[in-house]
Write a protein that binds this ligand. Sequence first.
Ligand SMILES: C[S@@+](CC[C@H](N)C(=O)[O-])C[C@H]1O[C@@H](n2cnc3c(N)ncnc32)[C@H](O)[C@@H]1O
Length: 471
Amino acid sequence: MSLELPVSFQTRMQTQLGEAYPAFAEALAQPSPTSVRVNQAKMPLPTTLLAVPWTQTGFYLSARPSFTLDPMFHGGAYYVQEASSMFLEQALRQSVDLSQPLAVLDLCGAPGGKSTHIASLLSEDSLLVANEVIKPRANILAENIQKWGSGNVVVTNNDPSHIGALTGFFDVMVVDAPCSGEGMFRKDPDAMNEWSEANVKLCSERQRRILMDVWEALKPGGVLIYSTCTYNLEENEENLAWLARQQDAEAITLQLQPDWGVTQTKLEGMHGYRFYPHQTQGEGFFLAAVGKTDGEEARTFKKSKRPYLVPASKQEKALVQDWLKEPKSWELVKHKEVLRALPANWMLELEQLYENLRVVYGGIEVAEVMKNNAKPLPALALSQHLSPDAFPLGEVDLATALKFLHREDISLENSANGWVLVSFQGVPLGWGKKLQNRVNNHYPKEWRIRMSLDEALKPENLANLFTLGNQ
Ligand SMILES: C[S@@+](CC[C@H](N)C(=O)[O-])C[C@H]1O[C@@H](n2cnc3c(N)ncnc32)[C@H](O)[C@@H]1O
């Protein structure tokens, strides 16, 4: 497959890459590699797959399977993510002390590749705010966060300017900016149709505005990680040089292994790291880490007189007290009928976030409480913090797991009446409620597999379906 690259894009890349241009153009004619990042809280690392070298949990697949037909995917046991983007791990490991409790913002979060990665790298006593400005995309981000199952994440739906008002709030900010997408041409040829010189300029200006909007929210001494999936200088190095001229920002250097094939760049003292498809197995990507050397400190947060977050009553807490692994790490709050567990060590900050931002999802939605009765919610089934002793596990085979995810009725032979955690290869998928000889399917309608399963469930096809658990 050879791509019809826009002529002025070709000219730009020839100037940028010189002699290496033919190799670059040749790489763009090759298929895009497929890679996944494993959620170690839910499954062990595969033993037979080639590892993505700049992360501890990324793996290449030799072909692109149907992920929709792998229950492990729906259970949040892994995320399908382009390999170059996983370099974020190096930037975080090398520029911040991840063993400390950190407040981290992922500003442009949807659909959640970087947010779920960050969530896995942070300590349990850290807090991640995963934001997305476009509402439907923020909902997808919230779904992926729930499936990943970390409890210390809040999903917000705000414009960067709203977030900038949280002066000095964050230790780390990740800005994976909306860009002209040149690095995605091979994976998503539609990105090419939208490409123009004018769009590059527009993207670059928007990125500068975004950086300015949120800069105040970074603590002095904090780290900003900026990334794009595009090649041009205007959206990458030139934006960082511009930032350093406007603000107290200094370059952070990352150590690279020579065999990674990453290209280091420098402009006006700022460092950048580039991924080209002829040098790395992945799509085009750019990343830079920047330290904030001066600025306003955070306000100290005081308890509001009329808190936004309302603690659950003693009786309500008692209903769910054994459901989480470490109940003392969580503060149970109630909004309408929903009991939510929020990380107890961040309650003052969370109060600020809930008051000032549009929070789409936060912590762990544990249960819906009605008339002294608690119904466990989908996010609890998928949470890494669900106590393994709280509910019986209803382990099912591949065909039954797919039917369950399709929201069909299933049967569970050996379980007692009541709530059952339907699981596949030990990975919980959702709730069933067993009543005599039938099981009510409580898998959320919005998350269900929508495609017909008729073909997939034929025995000859079923045997060949991909599941990461078998790799
Ligand atoms: C490159 S994508 C983010 C991908 C995501 N970080 C991941 O790893 O899955 C950029 C995101 O920025 C959002 N966006 C678009 N315009 C924006 C703006 N003006 N300010 C902030 N974010 C914006 C897009 O909706 C999109 O979700």
